[in-house]
Design a binder for this molecule. Structure first.
Ligand code: NDP
Length: 459
């Protein structure tokens, strides 16, 4: 039998790679992880975590606006002291970075405690059982690719030279005065909310009629209205045709003939699997049209000793999905448990302002999938907004399969939607019917209770 340096070499110490590695090691495998940065990956170092920390910071300006209706006032408004509040951008970024250092240290400890060796450097696959890092070659019975994705810039003149991605947006040394954000997916709408909340004049430029393609239409409309009402300048049906300028001032030309002058251009037009220079050609693995590594239901690539999980496979590009795929892989291969990853009913959230939570099928997807859906919907002004004066509407929707009465989709735009959706996802995963929802007593007064009190289907 061939002998290898390791049972498993994982390339990439992000959330998925770390989970797979430490579970495999827990099952007794000898494991090494290769990582060119520090442990943590996109979510911890360049994505979910820093984004949400900045989002928390940006929410306070709307809270202060809302507070006025509840009787709070600025005691200094009529004096020479100026406004009572200011914002220290540099201080926030420093504290955010300290938190990322702490979390990366936790990832390092998780690996150490599991007995996983961390090899620093860039891993290049050289054969079905070998990976090179610098001058040194390591061998393993299996290789797990968990390298994630990277921001993609559309090939428009000036965009790559003048634009930053979410990676740099999280590290800015200044708070933009005026920012153009290109795209209207998860990242674009989340960062639009962040910069707008911190007071930057914020433009969102996108080619569709509404942001967030793939989400429920009514939620998309509601979000567009709310973003506009909060001060974000929307440019629907537009692309960027060219960018000129320098580090401090850019002229961003749009397809509708207008030009925006801004100090910052952020590009959030999707991400691509990070396979460049990975050595896939050495083992004959061809990526698909999106650049993703093809895998079967066991996350195995066409080369039986090489597996791939997470964003590099472009299945569902969410951290908890990568983690689950890694855990299933390790349990199946090293734990003697024949598990399969279930990609159905994965809940997700968009931390826009207001946020969105969603699980299961939208109305449109249900029809496309051959269901005859019955729709229950509600749109209302959340109780807090009645006194704050904020016009924003909360939108909720349940998609019910007529024949089985099962709830096959739940969607919400409004305060706490991500928190609410986590609980609903359990019910939907467990196969709850509309009758189960109806039999559940609401918690009063909350917005969430609306999910168990919607009785009349919409037309
Ligand atoms: P998305 O795929 O969500 O959105 C990409 C956006 O860019 C869309 O608006 C798309 O328009 C637009 N776009 C793409 N190509 C072009 C082009 N050539 N010209 C003009 N516009 C273009 O990507 P993101 O970068 O926002 O996010 C990447 C992934 O990260 C997401 O898929 C998500 O899974 C994950 N993510 C999850 C988060 C969460 O869970 N909260 C947060 C952030 C990211 P159109 O719709 O018209 O194609």
């Amino acid at each position: 039998m061939a002998s290898y340096d390791y049972d498993l070499i994982t390339i990439g110490a992000g959330s998925g790679g770390v989970r797979a590695s430490r579970i495999a090691a827990g099952h007794g495998a000898k494991v090494a992880v290769i990582e060119e940065d520090r442990p943590g990956g996109t979510c911890v170092l360049r994505g979910c975590v820093p984004k949400k920390l900045l989002m928390f910071g940006s929410l306070f300006s709307a809270e202060v606006e809302d507070a006025i209706g509840f009787g709070w006032g600025d005691d200094h408004a009529d004096s020479d002291d100026g406004i009572a509040w200011s914002h220290d951008w540099g201080g926030l970024v420093t504290r955010k970075n300290a938190e990322l250092d702490r979390l990366s240290g936790i990832y390092q400890n998780l690996l150490d405690n599991a007995g996983v060796e961390l090899i620093a450097g860039r891993g290049v696959i050289t054969g079905p059982h070998s990976v090179r890092v610098g001058e040194r070659e390591y061998t393993a019975e299996r290789i797990l690719i968990a390298v994630g994705g990277w921001p993609h810039f559309p090939p428009v003149e000036g965009v790559a030279d003048h634009g930053i991605s979410s990676n740099e947006a999280l590290e800015l040394s200044y708070r933009p005065d005026e920012i153009v954000i290109f795209g209207a997916g998860y990242i674009a709408v989340e960062f639009a909310g962040i910069f707008n909340g911190f007071g930057s004049k914020t433009h969102l430029v996108y080619r569709a009629d509404l942001p967030l393609r793939g989400f429920d239409e009514d939620l998309r409309k509601g979000l567009a209205e709310a973003m506009e009402a909060r001060g974000i300048i929307l440019h629907p049906g537009c692309t960027i045709t060219g960018v000129t300028g320098d580090d401090n001032a850019k002229d961003v030309a749009l397809s509708d003939g207008t030009t925006i002058s801004a100090d910052t251009l952020m590009v959030a037009a999707g991400r691509k699997p990070m396979t460049d220079g990975l050595g896939l050609e050495a083992v004959g693995i061809e990526t698909d049209q999106s650049g993703a590594i093809p895998v079967d239901e066991n996350s195995m690539t066409p080369v039986p000793s090489i597996y791939a999980i997470g964003d590099v496979t472009n299945r569902i590009n969410l951290t908890p999905v990568a983690i689950a795929e890694g855990h299933v892989f390790a349990d199946t291969i090293y734990g003697g448990m024949a598990r399969l990853m279930d990609h159905r009913n994965v809940p997700s959230a968009v931390f826009s302002q207001p946020p969105i939570g969603s699980v299961g099928l939208t109305e449109e997807q249900a029809r496309q999938d051959g269901f005859d859906p019955v729709i229950y919907a509600s749109s209302f002004r959340a109780m807090k907004n009645t006194i704050s004066g904020r016009e924003e509407k909360t939108v909720m929707k349940l998609v019910v399969d007529q024949s089985s009465n099962k709830v096959i989709g739940a969607h919400m735009l409004g305060p706490d939607a991500p928190e609410i959706m986590q609980g609903l996802a359990i019910a939907i995963k467990a196969g709850a019917t509309k009758a189960d929802f109806d039999a559940t007593i609401g918690i009063h007064p909350t917005s969430a209770e609306e999910f168990v009190t919607m009785r009349q289907p919409v037309g």
